[in-house]
Structure formats: C-alpha cells, structure tokens
Design a protein around this ligand. Structure first.
Ligand code: G3P
Length: 217
C-alpha cells in the first residue's frame, strides 16, 4: 500500500521523505491556507522534493475554468496530479485532463456510485473521505470496501486513495481491504510506530543495561 502525506508543510514532508515513507503528497485549498504559502510556489517545492504524485486542487467550479486551472497546475511538474471535486463539472474536467495524459485525483467522494463515475471518467485516483463519513455516523471503511469490490468486479484501474484519515486504525483497515493508497497527516503516519509495549520494553532494557555498567561506544 502506498503512503501519501496529506499536508503542504515542507518540513514535515521532508522528514518522512528522508525515511522513504513518502510515495506521494496530497494538498487541498484548506491545507494550502494552513501553510500560509503561495499555491504555485509550495506545490513546485513539493513536486521537486518528492518522486511520486503530488495532488494540487483546482478551485474553479465550472468545467471550462477547472480545465484551465488544471492545465496550469500540471505545468508545475511531471508528477502533478490535478485534483478535482466529484461534481458533474469535475467529472467533465477529469475526462478532458485524463485524455491529455494528465493524472487526475477526483476528491470529495462519499458514495460508491460517485466512485464508479470517477472511474468511468478516467480518474487516476478516487479519494473517498472516511473521517468525514465517520463524523456523520456512517462507517467510512464500508465505503472503501464497496469501492474495492466494484472496481475489482470490472477491473477498473483507478486507484483507491483513502483520504480524510484521522486514526491509525483507518490505515490498518485500508490495508486489510486492499486500498491502493492512503493519504494521512504526518502525525498520524508517525503514530504508526507507537506501541506502549515497545516503550515499556525499552524502559526495562535501559534499566538493566545501566546495571551492567557497560558502554558500547
Ligand atoms: O485529503 C483530504 C483530507 O485532507 C480531508 O481530511 O480531516 O479535513 O476530513 P479532513
């Protein structure tokens, strides 16, 4: 399963990238706002740092304008995936840009039928938002399961990119289901390394080691 980092914070991406944990990056207008950076400048920096796909989202709502914005964003680098919302205009944009050979990430997906439309429009990635479904008492992971079954039934090659991840369990469940990609905030990815028994075990080893009076270096 590929790990994308859901942030526009350069330092956080660099730390995980140096560890080989970054297969791509996703951004959205809210994350650009949080970074305080210019969208073109920060996307260019991320695109140069990371080998994999870097999603940059259009903000127009009419297909014609979305297509123009998408073409401009795609000029930033070969690894840019143009992110479009799952609206009728977004699907039209997806069809045109994917027809031009650009990667397209269709975002704000909340139903299996929306995911089906995105695949038919040639999306490279579909981004179902699990956390926001959980927020309204709908199990987000059920949607991932449904999309996996539907895409496999018809051998669609659109990749399932699980988004709006809030917990480490969302990542475990995504891997169990066989999602292609997860995108998560850096702090959630770092939490994957934590286990209380690891901390407890290490503390015991350190206490015993101190009793030996030895040094390795
Ligand atoms: O990739 C989409 C993601 O950023 C949305 O996450 O936590 O705002 O629902 P969240």
């Amino acid at each position: 399963m590929k790990f994308f980092v859901d942030t526009a914070e350069i330092d956080a991406i660099a730390e995980l990238n140096d560890l080989g944990m970054v297969d791509g990056v996703t951004t959205n207008p809210s994350l650009i706002m949080k970074s305080g950076r210019d969208i073109i400048e920060v996307t260019r920096e991320i695109s140069a740092m990371v080998d994999g796909p870097v999603s940059a989202e259009v903000v127009a709502t009419k297909a014609e304008d979305m297509i123009a914005e998408g073409r401009k964003l795609a000029e930033i680098g070969e690894n840019i995936a143009v992110k479009v919302p799952l609206t009728w205009d977004g699907l039209k944009t997806c069809k045109v840009l994917s027809g031009e050979g650009k990667m397209v990430n269709v975002t704000l997906c909340f139903s299996a039928n929306q995911a089906l439309l995105a695949a038919k429009a040639g999306a490279t990635f579909i981004s179902p938002f699990v956390g926001r479904l959980d927020d309204v008492n709908i199990d987000g992971m059920d949607l991932i399961n449904d999309i996996r079954v539907i895409y496999d039934n018809y051998a669609y090659d659109t990749e399932i990119l699980v988004a709006s991840i809030r917990t480490v369990n969302h990542i475990t469940d995504s891997a169990r289901i066989g999602a292609d990609v997860i995108t998560a905030p850096p702090e959630v990815i770092k939490k994957l390394a934590s286990h209380p028994l690891t901390d407890k075990g290490l503390e015991a080893f350190m206490k015993d080691w101190a009793k030996t009076g030895q040094k390795i270096l």
